[in-house]
Design a protein around this ligand. Structure first.
Ligand SMILES: [Fe+2]
Length: 331
């Protein structure tokens, strides 16, 4: 029994439905890059949104320990991503059965022991040969504190600190795979950062559902010794028909691929509420956290841990101290 409950699906869908997800991906047709923007918050100005994961990746060079320039490392993790559904908003026809997948809903109840499951988002991730995802935990959400309002690293540190559990919105993520690429294994730490990693192949029409806000996870490099295309932010991945895809810089073709060279996954995220009253508090903002209260609580805790012994540090120093103290990556 792992410290963190997770469930595996093999197969996830009947074969014809799995084919339909591939056709849906083609029909969507064009995918933008998922870039990391610097934050303009009053705390930690200029730090990357995921300063925690970026620093860990740069320090260790990813799971392979590669020694590469920063721009190459950034391109490796800057994959293609688009949303298929957002709350009740359907962004492409045919995603509805996936959004309401009964197996995911049942597994979601089991992960947090919370009965009221509200699907929040379905999105596609496409990684090219040579790309990978640094080990990280996802950006959690709290009543009054989410990625739209505050820097992502702060949300992550808040969750790892355990100080704000009363405001946390437990979320689950189902990750499913629909292509047949080499490499690109899903790596996760079900026993916590101290435990050994588990490795799942990105096998077509299989899935895992887990609490990715709490369980460290990442994606190993896609392909076999594949050279990464010269990617830059703003490029798009486009379906060209006949099972071919290309990376485009405007109209110019930067690289082209066969379907089975790409790693295509679909993620499903859902809120898990204890009851309707909790869902109402979230919807109606009756019990929201404020930034000052969050930082004061963290500073108080850092003092009790002996990490702050005199005056309160400057906002940027405080940000770096919070990341260092609370986010402990797998070694
Ligand atoms: Fe993730």
């Amino acid at each position: 029994m792992s410290a963190h409950h997770y469930e595996l699906f093999d197969p996830l869908l009947p074969p014809a439905d799995a084919d339909r997800m591939v056709r849906l991906c083609e029909r969507f047709g064009s995918y933008g890059m998922y870039s990391q923007e610097a934050s303009e918050s009053e705390i930690g100005e200029g730090l990357a949104q995921r300063h925690d994961a970026v620093m860990n990746f740069i320090t260790r060079g990813g799971r392979r320990g590669a020694d590469e320039p920063l721009a190459a490392l950034a391109a490796r993790t800057n994959y293609f991503r688009e949303s298929y559904a957002y709350g009740d908003e359907i962004l492409i026809d045919g995603i509805e059965p996936f959004l309401r997948h009964a197996g995911f809903v049942a597994a979601a109840r089991a992960v947090h022991g919370r009965p009221v499951i509200e699907p929040a988002i379905v999105y596609a991730n496409i990684l090219l040969p040579g790309q990978e995802l640094a080990v990280h935990t996802d950006v959690p959400e709290f009543r009054g504190a989410n990625r739209k309002k505050f820097p992502q690293w702060l949300m992550v540190a808040m969750h790892h600190s355990g100080l704000f559990d009363a405001w946390r919105m437990p979320i689950v993520t189902g990750v499913s795979w629909f292509s047949a690429c080499a490499g690109g294994e899903f790596v996760f730490y079900p026993d916590g950062a101290e435990g050994p990693p588990a490795v799942l192949p990105a096998k077509r029409n299989t899935a895992i559902l887990l609490d990715t806000d709490s369980v460290f996870h990442g994606v190993d490099r896609v392909g076999v010794d594949a050279e990464l295309a010269p990617l830059r932010p703003g490029m798009r991945l486009q379906f060209d028909g006949a099972a071919r895809w290309s990376v485009r810089n405007g109209d110019a073709i930067v690289a082209s691929y066969a379907w089975d060279e790409l790693r295509f996954s679909i993620s499903w995220k859902a809120y898990c509420f204890a009851d309707d009253a909790e869902r109402r508090a979230w919807r109606e903002h009756t019990d929201d956290l404020q930034l000052d209260a969050i930082l004061d609580r963290l500073v108080e805790d850092l003092r009790s841990r002996g990490r702050i012994t005199s005056a309160r540090p400057s906002p940027t120093d405080l940000a770096l101290l919070i990341i260092d103290e609370y986010i402990k990556f797998p070694s």
